[in-house]
Design a protein around this ligand. Sequence first.
Ligand SMILES: Cc1cc2nc3c(=O)[nH]c(=O)nc-3n(C[C@H](O)[C@H](O)[C@H](O)COP(=O)(O)O)c2cc1C
Length: 184
Amino acid sequence: MTKVLGISGSLRRGSYNSALLRAATRLMPDDATLEIASIRGIPLYDGDVEAQGIPATVSQLKEAIIAADGVLLVTPEYNNSIPGVFKNAIDWLSRPASDIGRVFGGRGFAIIGASPGGFGTILSQNAWLPVLRTLGTQAWFGARLMVSRAGGVFDEGGNLKDATVEERLRQFLAGYVSFLRARG
Ligand SMILES: Cc1cc2nc3c(=O)[nH]c(=O)nc-3n(C[C@H](O)[C@H](O)[C@H](O)COP(=O)(O)O)c2cc1C
């Protein structure tokens, strides 16, 4: 069984990115699971706080990542880049630096995202690249999924209603899981 952990980079109740992640859970291939983890409750990174110990929310998320074969980042785009709350969470997860190998090293990461605009988080997804490289992940770039005009893609309940996006998401997940499986 291939285990993927999905993390949405939005705290918003009506988040399109969280809705995309929820949709992904039902479109996973057979013999693969997608568990949703949250960045809610992770404090702002502060070296003085770190000196008192890694917050429990961070340690728990680290352990969930370590237990997974892959991590799917579902990223919004803010000002053509990574939203601060999402980057803040990853920054915490990279502390202490001696844990980077255990949490990120060689782990199969993938990125998708949704935006109400016309470019569907392309710049935010690009902005993740140096971060994933720095942390030593093995990111999968076999496909890209940028959900644009997200207001018309989800219904008011946050359910994916666009059949084309659904199929693209299904295919993205199939390719990503094949990549994870091939790595053993
Ligand atoms: C501070 C801020 C900056 C934003 N900048 C961008 C942007 O550069 N590109 C974009 O497509 N959308 C941008 N947006 C709109 C977001 O894509 C939109 O709020 C989206 O719904 C956020 O994701 P969520 O629905 O998962 O919360 C911005 C929103 C905020 C609050």
